[in-house]
Design a protein around this ligand. Structure first.
Ligand code: GDP
Ligand code: IMO
Ligand code: MG
Length: 427
């Protein structure tokens, strides 16, 4: 496919980083369209492990153009920290390899402070990453945000920052009982970032359009997952952007007809970091076993991830709202060793069985998962090089996923490394 998006089909951390890296080999551009450094994408190349938060995973290749689209929110401090981290690992980050949309909104120190302070004050905390994501998108919607094109113009930045700091300090002091920020200090620090940012900042929608018209191959890298989508996720326990395929158009400035495919990435089980409902969660020994075997710890926050059985209602909902053309199933190797594996194939709700995710959290709480039981498989799953080499029971499991969602499983991942990837059908 010439243009396609790689999306999380669950609550994030499905292995999007690994799959973006794998699929980027044949792409010319890798583009982030939403979110910010709340993401944590792990890519293992040879013996080296890279943990990326904001910069697209295509940066690990020398010959790809990476773009942070207008739908992303960018913390310059975090960006330069990530650039230093990559440079220390001999990965160059230059304006030839990375462009930033002039329309992307900037995360400032008050966004981070407000994120933490407001989550602390909530009756039911969301458990955000504390990176300032929600408050930055709030300012965007409220029309007081500072964009990249503003940051790099000293006079505009000064005017907008003055107005914002005054308001945010009032809020920080009177509502949250926090210390106020010093305007001069923030202005000086961020003006220095602005100067460094100038060569990276461009109208990326124009560039992207030209590249697609020139038949270049573009991979859009999703962050978070379908159930963290601000519209279709478990609201309010979500992130503040559209993580589903629809976000690609608004987040990069291309039209819907330019996007040819949507690849959903799903783990063979389910995980979630942070608070919020999770119908198939396992709070018992099996959940702990999966957490430990799968190394399920948040890349951005270091929090242990909650674990549970695969939920096909979630995957079917993802397939619908993002128009998935392909599925990638990861971590088949993690489940190896379990005697029996359960899969949720519906929710019992008001005396009926439904196969879609309800909007209301109260309705969701009243849903009872309906399970099918599958026979487990052995550790040979991790060394399979082809679909045929996969254990028979793993194949039965994958077939059921295809059948229920109506989406072909095109890739199976059996380990964290690039070569632990089985392509069933070319994407
Ligand atoms: P992302 O946010 O979707 O990019 O995923 P994360 O990087 O947060 O979490 C996925 C974790 O699983 C990382 O530690 C990956 O290295 C690892 N991983 C990805 N695919 C596989 C797989 O098939 N098997 C195993 N065992 N680990 C995997
Ligand atoms: P990747 O791209 C998993 C979760 C947070 C919290 C909620 C809101 O690695 O899959 P935010 O800081 O975005 O306002 O937090 O969303 N969250 C993620 N969970 N993977 C992610 O990214 C996440 N990004 C945010 O834990 O529950
Ligand atoms: Mg992650």
């Amino acid at each position: 496919m010439s243009t396609f998006v790689v999306l999380g089909a669950q609550w994030g951390d499905e292995g999007k980083g690994k799959m973006t890296d794998f699929l980027a080999e044949s792409a010319d551009l890798v583009v982030r369209f939403q979110g910010g450094n709340n993401a944590g994408h792990t890519v293992i190349v040879g013996e080296s492990e890279y943990k990326l938060h904001l910069i697209p995973s295509g940066i690990l290749y020398d010959d790809k153009l990476n773009i942070l689209g207008n739908g992303t929110v960018i913390d310059p401090e975090a960006l330069f920290k990530e650039i230093s981290y990559l440079e220390d690992l001999n990965v160059a980050v230059t304006p030839e390899k990375l462009l930033i949309s002039d329309r992307a909104h900037v995360i400032l120190p008050y966004h981070r402070l407000l994120d933490k302070a407001s989550d602390k004050l909530r009756k039911n905390a969301i458990g955000t990453t504390g990176k300032g994501i929600g408050p930055a998108y709030t300012d965007k919607a409220e029309r007081s945000g500072i964009r990249m094109c503003d940051l790099i113009k000293p006079d505009v930045f000064k005017r907008k920052l003055e107005e914002n700091i005054k308001k945010k300090n009032d809020l920080l002091v009177s509502v949250y009982d926090e210390e106020p920020l010093d305007f001069d200090e923030v202005y000086e620090t961020y003006s220095a970032y602005a100067e460094r940012l100038i060569p990276f900042v461009k109208d990326t929608s124009v560039r992207l359009y030209d590249e697609i018209k020139a038949d270049k191959k573009v991979l859009f890298e999703g962050a978070q997952g379908m159930l963290l989508d601000i519209d279709y996720g478990t609201y309010p326990f979500v992130t503040s952007s559209n993580t589903i395929a629809g976000g690609v158009c608004t987040g990069t400035g291309i039209g819907p007809t330019m996007l040819k495919g949507a690849v959903g990435v799903a783990k063979a089980y389910t995980t979630r970091v942070g608070e919020g409902p999770f119908p198939t969660e396992l709070t018992d020994e099996t959940g702990r076993w999966i957490q430990e075997k799968g190394g399920e710890v948040g890349v951005t926050t270091g929090r242990p991830r909650r674990c549970g059985w695969l939920d096909l209602v979630i995957l079917k909902t993802s397939a619908r709202v993002s128009g998935l053309t392909n599925l990638v199933v990861t971590k088949i190797d993690t489940l190896a060793g379990l005697d029996k594996i359960q899969v949720c194939v519906g929710y019992k709700f008001n005396g009926q069985v439904i196969d879609y995710f309800p909007a209301s959290l109260e309705d969701l709480a009243a849903c009872e998962p309906v399970y099918e039981t599958f026979e487990g498989w052995g550790e040979e799953a991790a060394t399979a090089k082809t679909y045929d080499e996969l254990p028979e029971n793993a194949k039965i499991y994958l077939k059921r996923i295809e059948e229920f969602t109506g989406v072909e499983v095109s890739i199976v991942s059996v380990g964290p490394k690039r070569d632990q990837t089985i392509v069933v059908n070319e994407i």
